[in-house]
Design a protein around this ligand. Structure first.
Ligand code: 26V
Length: 809
């Protein structure tokens, strides 16, 4: 990577190469001989960045001159992944950069691999925020994302002897050439203390602790460089970083305590997929970033427009789940205490400004804070929550709601230890509350938000999720992208719904062959990678069957493993049948405190080890658990998948977005009628998706009727055998009882209905096998999937938010 000397390259180097070399020398302080890969990466990014900065400035000037309304997307998670490829692609400069680097003896692909994957999120919710930011810029909408600049984002997962081990992800170890620290943009964030009223009746919150929030900005480039928006992540700094008196008195650590406390605030991303964090630190993080963001928004508005009362005309703030919900109380505090608005006027402005997106109905995932903690940390906000509560409960009573409904609507959960309900606060404080798929939105109205929905019947609306086709098709699957361009031209590059023009090509034998060749090449690429990172050998001619997502019981990786074990059993019993060769790929992280999820990872690894080592299987079935699933790995897996496993218990997956990425890359879905799968079926057609299992309605009925998994087990020999093999230690000779508890759980309660859906799932899998044998039919189906899912572009989703909620289009 460090070849030619300066003199040797100079005469023929393209200008971009000279610029990169110049950056390497003058900004990084290394010459071509001394530069390490990350130095070349930084030099390349800094050079490409120059073009971006100019567009960035132009974008903000344009918004300012137009007096435009701005969109603010508040999210505790932004799973943005690597940025170089995305930036080059959206600026149409990839080839130019590749050639410039080549002239310097540097390989672009190697450099791309050097870039750390910015993993400031857990899963779908965080990746959605990143796709939305890219679509906002692509649709030329002035927008800011607000979040936290975690020093350690999502943990790095290692698999040790089949067990998940969590390691810190040090994505900032070589610095971050994408970001700009804005030291002048800083805000004081208070905690604790007390609230006092003065003789004029004015209220003053006097925090007894405070920290400074400092903005760190990253540019977000839209497709074809349409516009560059800002992702503003907050870092924390002690207001008094060192107490010199203490230091000089010899208390060196005590002197730095405030700095350590500030660092702690932005140190880690909470694994929100586990039990509600509960910890005080999580609430502190939520308030820290909410307060900094709201102060920044109000400051900008007053500076540009003068009058705080016009805020809803010029700012739309979207709450990504309830993590930023305390923003509702924070804006009220600023309006009432700092801007002297009356409570009712402030409430009207607040509600007109906020929108709230719900991402889960699971009761255990709905955030609430113990009231004493909330009151101790945020005494003024507690008063405001009480005042808001009084107001909405008056409205509910006036409407004649009964006591049960009043208790459900209340911002305070009075059952047991009193808690502040963040979903109710977000709902009450917003003019729009949306779900993320049609089924999810219906269930919101029927279940958790039924009473709030009756009180405010116009508030709940649906915005089915989407994904950016730039990252998830053009950048990650260049082979398929070129093939589509050859077939239908370039219109789909700017409007993903034009992918529909591809559907007739399903009937074209020559096109199907080319399509299959592209898929195969992607499978070879993935296989080579997996051979390097985990030493596993995969046959690219086998069906690649993938389940990649967070590990959670409701997503039912366990159902997939049970079926894998049953298939293994059948292959051994009927070795001469013409089995469809399959590679089963699993990947995903389990929250560190989630015992069963970690056990499921171990089981997948145990099952893989046994099956892969069994000569009786003769390569017909291979199983691999790929470590450290992240955005970059997803970019390799999606293009290589043949079958997409979307098998959650119906009614439990709010939407899913991996389902969209896989279908867009030509995988067929095997799935339940859950989340966005329902709409994927509508778009690709029932013949090109394999649906099985109970519907959400049937799940609810079964549970209500007192579901007994033993009946389902008694009715299925295959399931019995799989359960007893796992329980009996066939896959865990070293610890035969390892899975006794897990299997007992299935036999005795099976909340997620794996047993109830097993037979239907196994049958669906055999139907998939049969389809695979008809290669022409399979490829035609895959092509129609690609053509059918253009609607799931995040451009369409953002267009709907912009028109219906934010009123900026
Ligand atoms: C959180 C928790 C925490 C407690 C234990 C159970 C549990 C289960 C799920 C969650 C997820 C919280 C919110 C979330 O990440 N939702 C995801 O949002 C995606 C984007 O809308 C959507 O595609 C996924 O279906 C949804 O799970």
């Amino acid at each position: 990577m460090t070849q030619p000397a300066l003199a040797a390259v100079a005469p023929t180097t393209p200008p971009l190469a000279e610029a990169i070399l110049d950056t390497l020398i003058h900004r990084i302080g290394k010459d071509a001989q001394a530069a390490l890969p990350h130095d070349w990466l930084a030099a390349t990014i800094l050079t490409v960045r120059n073009d971006i900065i100019e567009r960035w400035m132009a974008s903000s000037k344009q918004a300012h001159a137009a007096g435009a309304k701005r969109v603010y997307y508040l999210s505790l998670e932004f799973l943005i992944g690597r940025l170089l490829r995305d930036a080059m692609a959206n600026l149409s400069r990839t080839d130019e950069v590749r050639e410039a680097l080549a002239s310097l003896g540097v390989n672009l692909a190697d450099l791309e691999g050097e870039e750390p994957d910015a993993a400031l999120g857990n899963g779908g919710l965080g990746r959605l925020a990143a796709c939305f930011m890219e679509s906002l810029a692509s649709l030329d909408l002035p927008a800011y994302g607000y979040g936290i600049r975690y020093v350690n984002g999502m943990f790095r997962q290692r698999i040790d002897n089949g067990w998940q081990v969590e390691l810190p992800e040090t994505w900032l170890r070589h610095g971050n050439p994408w970001e700009f620290e804005r030291r002048e943009s800083n805000y004081r964030i208070g905690f604790g203390g007390e609230v006092v009223g003065d003789e004029n009746g004015d209220i003053h919150w006097m925090p007894d602790e405070s920290v400074e929030a400092v903005a760190v900005d990253t540019p977000v480039i839209g497709w074809r460089g349409a516009r560059v928006n800002t992702l503003r992540l907050w870092t924390a700094r002690a207001r008094d970083p060192i107490r010199l008196d203490r230091f000089n008195a010899g208390d060196h650590e005590g002197a730095l305590a405030a700095s350590v406390r500030a660092d702690t605030l932005v140190r880690v991303l909470y694994p929100a997929d586990s039990t509600p964090a509960g910890q005080e630190l999580r609430l502190r993080q939520e308030y820290f970033f909410s307060s900094a963001s709201i102060q920044d928004i109000v400051r900008r508005h007053v500076q540009y427009f003068g009058d705080i009362r016009t805020l809803p005309d010029k700012a739309a703030i979207q709450l990504n789940d309830t993590h930023p919900a305390v923003s509702v109380a924070e804006l009220m505090r600023i309006l009432v205490d700092d801007h002297a608005l009356d409570f009712d006027g402030a409430w009207e402005i607040t509600r007109a400004t906020f929108g709230y997106t719900n991402h889960t109905l699971l009761p255990e995932a709905l955030e609430s804070w113990p009231l004493p903690l909330f009151e101790r940390l945020l005494p003024r906000h507690m008063q405001l929550v009480y005042a808001i509560n009084a107001k909405i409960l008056r409205e509910a009573r006036a409407q004649g709601q009964d006591d049960g409904a009043i208790a459900a609507i209340s911002l305070i959960d009075e059952g047991g230890e009193r808690r502040v309900r963040m979903a109710n606060l977000a709902f009450a404080g917003s003019h729009s509350v949306n779900g993320v798929a049609a089924l999810h939105t219906d269930l919101m109205k029927q279940t958790v938000f039924a009473d709030l929905h009756r009180l405010y019947p116009d508030r709940i609306n649906n915005k089915t999720n989407g994904i950016t086709p730039r990252r998830w098709l053009f950048e990650s699957n260049p082979g398929l992208t070129s093939l589509i361009r050859e077939a239908i031209g370039d219109a789909f590059l700017d409007d993903a719904t034009k992918l529909a023009d591809l559907k007739p090509f399903a009937a074209d034998a020559a096109f199907r062959e080319k399509f299959e060749a592209v898929k195969r090449a992607n499978k070879v690429r993935l296989s080579q990678h997996l051979r390097e990172v985990m030493g596993v050998r995969l046959d690219p001619d086998a069906m690649f069957d993938v389940q990649v997502k967070r590990i959670h019981e409701y997503k039912r990786q366990l159902l997939n493993i049970l079926e894998t074990v049953a298939l293994y059993d059948q292959i051994r019993s009927n070795p001469d049948k013409d089995w469809t060769p399959r590679v089963k790929l699993f990947a995903g992280k389990a929250a560190s405190s989630y015992h069963n999820a970690k056990l499921i990872i171990k089981l997948a690894n145990d099952v893989a080890r046994r099956i892969n080592a069994d000569p009786a299987v003769r390569g017909l079935l291979r199983v691999a658990f790929v470590p450290n699933y992240n955005v970059s790995l997803a970019e390799l897996i999606m293009p290589a998948a043949d079958l997409s496993e979307q098998i959650s218990t119906a009614g439990m997956e709010a939407s899913g977005t991996g389902n969209m990425k896989l279908a867009l890359n030509g995988a067929l879905t095997i799935g339940t009628l859950d989340g966005a799968n329902v709409e994927i079926r509508d778009h690709v057609g029932a013949d090109d998706i394999v649906i099985f299992g109970l519907t959400a309605e049937e799940v609810a009925e079964k549970r209500a009727a007192g579901y007994n998994p033993r009946e389902a087990i008694a009715a299925s020999r295959e399931l019995q055998q799989a359960l007893s093999a796992i329980k009996g230690g066939v896959f865990s000779h070293d610890d035969p009882g390892r899975y006794a508890g897990l299997i007992d759980g299935l036999e005795n309660s099976d909340w997620f209905l794996c047993c109830a859906d097993f037979d239907s799932y196994a049958q669906a899998q055999r139907q998939v096998d049969a389809r695979w044998t008809d290669r022409a039919g399979w490829n035609a189906s895959a092509i129609r999937n690609v053509g059918g899912v253009g609607w799931f572009s995040s451009d369409r989703t953002i267009g709907e938010y912009a028109r219906d909620i934010w009123k900026v289009m």
